[in-house]
Write a protein that binds this ligand. Structure first.
Ligand SMILES: [Zn+2]
Length: 128
């Protein structure tokens, strides 16, 4: 049974979660060799902190969602580590594994939530 849980729905939910974290998602080509996604953090002229998640637009819809969740993992777990690209290989690998672990679980939760909403809309139409 297809309950309408599309990759696009998961992507839209991951973008909404990023917005909750005040992170802007930007689909743009990334020139760095190894990176499929990046978190860019900085400070605006007025002192506000900004976070932008860059996602390669050539990735599949599913991969885009995973990348956003991975970057949300870095935001949740690794804020304060500075520029991860400047860490040594072993330290960076550990942080990348942690972000992948976070992303895998977040994707699972998003899928579960969408599934529950889909089931609820079938058994109780008109309610959210
Ligand atoms: Zn990463």
């Amino acid at each position: 049974m297809n309950l309408g849980i599309s990759d696009e729905a998961i992507l839209q939910r991951s973008i909404a979660l990023a917005q909750l974290e005040r992170a802007e998602v930007s689909f743009q080509k990334i020139v760095l060799e190894r990176a499929r996604g990046l978190t860019v953090q900085g400070r605006l002229a007025n002192g506000d902190v900004f976070t932008r998640i860059l996602v390669d637009p050539e990735e599949t819809t599913y991969r885009k969602a995973f990348i956003i969740c991975h970057e949300l993992g870095h935001i949740a777990l690794h804020t304060g580590y500075g520029n991860l690209l400047e860490l040594d290989w072993a330290a960076r690998e550990r942080l990348e594994r942690e972000a992948n672990w976070f992303a895998t679980r977040l994707m699972y939760k998003i899928r579960l939530r969408l599934l529950l909403q889909s089931v609820l809309s079938i058994i109780s139409p008109g309610r959210r």
